[in-house]
Design a protein around this ligand. Structure first.
Ligand code: C5P
Length: 226
């Protein structure tokens, strides 16, 4: 089933501390953003890639994307102050039935997860990639433990997140009306009161956030080459 994908890529990468957009950092000699785009470039069902970038980064993105197989289906939009604003700007350029949102900083998403998300969004309206929580989770007040949270039924949420396009538009419009800022798209859809399905993904679909994530990224790629 055909879909389009919005890739927010307009962050400042503060927590990575690289002094530039972390999506330009090279992992095994290739910028993070190209790793992220590879799977969408080669997926014939992916009809458009909407890349949300900061105006200052636009030319550099265009330089490194020259010659990339996904280049022909990329549309650039400008990012906003928060990730949610960047996604909303991307939504204005979206069309078709199914829209995915996938962080530029999450380069290891697998094709089979994407197709399951697209199918579930078609059937149910909204579907998100996630893995079961592995660690023991406690709630604390300052540094003192208040309680141990039952891990059963807790999921660690990733991207991609997939939606029927009118649902995501409605969710974003309501978030604007209510001045609500969520940490993912699904939380906006939940606020509208619509169901969101979970598609179990892989633990190695990590987001590159802090410097040590780059070591994990090198290790994941080395393992995939074997
Ligand atoms: O900072 P974090 O890693 O959580 O950001 C997730 C994704 O959202 C990154 O790919 C980043 O480039 C993007 N982003 C954005 N616009 C912002 C902030 C982050 O497109 N204002």
């Amino acid at each position: 089933m055909d879909y389009q994908v919005i890739i927010p890529a307009a962050g400042s990468g503060k927590r990575m501390g690289a002094g530039r957009n972390k999506l330009f950092i090279e992992v095994t000699g290739k910028p993070v953003i190209l790793h992220t785009l590879d799977v969408f470039a080669s997926d014939l069902y992916c009809k458009k890639i909407i890349l949300a970038v900061q105006p200052n980064d636009e030319n550099h993105f265009k330089d490194i994307l020259a010659g990339h197989p996904g280049n022909g289906k990329i549309d650039f939009v400008y990012g906003g102050h928060e990730r949610q604003h960047s996604v909303y700007n991307g939504l204005k350029a979206a069309s078709g039935e199914i829209i995915l949102v996938h962080d530029g900083a999450r380069p290891f998403i697998r094709q089979h997860t994407i197709s399951r998300l697209v199918q579930s969004a078609h059937d149910n309206g909204a579907a998100i990639a996630a893995v079961p929580v592995k660690d023991t989770i406690k709630r604390a007040d300052q540094n003192q433990v208040v309680e141990t949270v039952d891990r059963l039924g807790l999921w660690q949420i990733q991207t991609p997140q997939a939606f029927r396009l009118p649902i995501l538009i409605r969710a974003h419009e309501q978030a604007i009306e209510q001045d609500y800022l969520g940490t993912d798209e699904a939380s906006l859809v939940e606020k509208v009161g619509l169901p969101v399905m979970i598609i179990e993904s892989d633990y190695d679909n990590i987001k590159l956030t802090t410097p040590e994530d780059l070591y994990f990224a090198e290790a994941i790629l080395a393992k995939r080459k074997n």
